[in-house]
Design a protein. Structure first.
Length: 163
């Protein structure tokens, strides 16, 4: 969902163009206060805000930026832009935001996979050293062998997903 913050008369046309081009619902707020209320109730993917409105209420603009959470901000001079141009800029920003999110997820997965492989390697080395210990009772060595096998399978799965 997209939040459009604009006091101008063309805001409803901007909202319609944005909704048509993005296929996302657009909520329109005419003031910073109404925008803050909307952000308290719901989360948005993008927040399109009029530059002039933000400049005229600096404290409100700061509160707005703090409340946006993970929404991508788009600050435009909506008085000077045609609704079609606004919609085009929103679509471009939306695509960029989605790509950045996807890349961040991929990096996080790779980092977690690397950490898990490292921990599994440590588990395998320690377990194999314990299994070589003399006088290890048979039930314990049997259970430890099962743990080693599970750790090897997990490590193998992690390595195969990297490729």
């Amino acid at each position: 969902m997209i939040l459009l913050i604009s006091p101008y008369q063309n805001a409803s046309e901007c909202a319609a163009q944005i909704q048509r081009r993005t296929q996302d619902k657009v909520k329109h707020a005419t003031t910073i206060g109404l925008a803050l209320a909307a952000l308290r109730v719901q989360s948005f993917d993008l927040v399109v805000a009029d530059e002039n409105l933000l400049e005229s209420t600096p404290d409100g603009a700061e509160s707005l930026m703090q409340r946006m959470e993970s929404a991508a901000p788009i600050v435009l001079d909506l008085a000077c832009l045609r609704p079609e141009k606004v919609a085009k800029l929103v679509v471009e920003t939306q695509r960029r935001h989605e790509l950045q999110f996807k890349l961040a997820c991929e990096r996080a997965r790779a980092e977690i996979r690397s950490e898990m492989k490292s921990e599994l390697t440590g588990l395998l080395i320690s377990s194999e050293l314990v299994m070589k210990t003399a006088n290890l009772p048979f039930p314990a060595s049997e259970k430890l062998a099962a743990v080693v096998e599970i750790a090897r399978r997990m490590k193998s799965r992690l390595e195969s997903k990297e490729k």
